[in-house]
Design a protein around this ligand. Structure first.
Ligand code: GUN
Length: 280
């Protein structure tokens, strides 16, 4: 029977320790502060952003939200980012993606000062991660690494197979796992015979956004399975990208959805804001 990787509990412990760090920083006269920009009214984004604001409150990070109209021009968004870049009271800037059609999120990410880029999406931080240099690491991959470490899961020499190649999760995860000495394979929508590859995984990460895509037949006995997916079914139930219930008696470790990767992503965002504030 698999051991459940309790991301919710681990994230809580991390937030508690960040709360202590936040109060140390405050004693130096610095109040950590995150600015979040939302453009338009994406339903899922609204929920993510609310969770981020709650976590800030718990850790003792000030939170400022900017909600822009869906039909603004990119210049208006870039102007706001410029303003926040030079505001010394702000330590982290986050532009919630996806942006409405016609607005290029990469333009926004590129504009955020790399020292305030707590999402780790600015090309400078992306490049530094590839070079294994100190930088802001994208929160979901970072949270996954922290989970593997917390559960003493060996990575060196292990074959990690990532299913999904998004800029936010799949691609930065390649670098994170290489830095942990894994052998890394990436599968995506054009990959042939995906299950031939997933069956070779010692560590399998599902981040493709398809409900219950990874079935029992696609995993190796004793594999570690990390499920990044958050999919809402027609009946309102939230499921991951793996067939969780049916994997339980085959794999060694697995993350639940919800309560696995999601809370760790937010905890790592808090970590990055505190890191930025303490760099001041
Ligand atoms: N949209 C989905 N996940 C994320 C995230 O981690 N950061 C931002 N900025 N947008 C997202």
């Amino acid at each position: 029977m698999a051991q459940i990787i309790d991301g919710k509990e681990l994230a809580k412990t991390i937030r508690l320790s960040l709360k202590e760090k936040a109060s140390e920083i405050k004693q130096r006269g610095i109040i950590p502060k995150l600015a979040v920009i939302m453009v338009g009214d994406d339903k899922a984004s609204r929920i993510y952003v609310r969770n981020k604001s709650r976590a800030c409150e718990e850790v003792g990070i000030e939170y400022e939200e900017y909600i822009l109209n869906a039909n603004i021009k990119i210049e208006e968004l870039l102007e706001l980012i410029d303003k926040l870049n030079v505001d010394d009271t702000i330590h982290g800037i986050l532009v919630q993606s996806p942006l409405p059609n016609g607005l290029d999120a990469n333009e926004a990410f590129k504009r955020i000062d790399e020292k305030k880029d707590v999402d780790g999406f600015n090309p400078i931080n992306v490049g530094k991660l590839a070079l294994n240099q100190d930088c802001f690491v994208s929160c979901t991959p970072y949270g996954i690494v922290k989970m593997l470490e917390a559960y003493n899961i060996k990575t060196e020499g292990m074959h990690a197979v990532i299913v999904g190649r998004s800029n936010i999760v799949g691609k930065p995860l390649i670098q994170c796992l290489l830095n942990k000495n894994c052998t890394v394979t990436v599968c995506h929508s054009k990959t042939k015979n995906i299950s031939e590859l997933t069956k070779q995984a010692d560590i399998l990460i599902a981040t493709l956004g398809k409900p219950k895509f990874i079935t029992k037949e696609m995993v190796k006995e004793g594999a570690v399975v990390i499920d990044v997916g958050i999919n809402r079914l027609d009946d309102g139930k939230i499921v991951g990208d793996t067939d969780y219930e049916n994997l339980l008696d085959k794999v060694s470790y697995i993350t639940p959805v919800p309560g696995g990767v999601g809370p760790m992503t937010i905890a790592m965002l808090m970590n990055n804001v505190i890191k930025s504030a303490s760099n001041k």
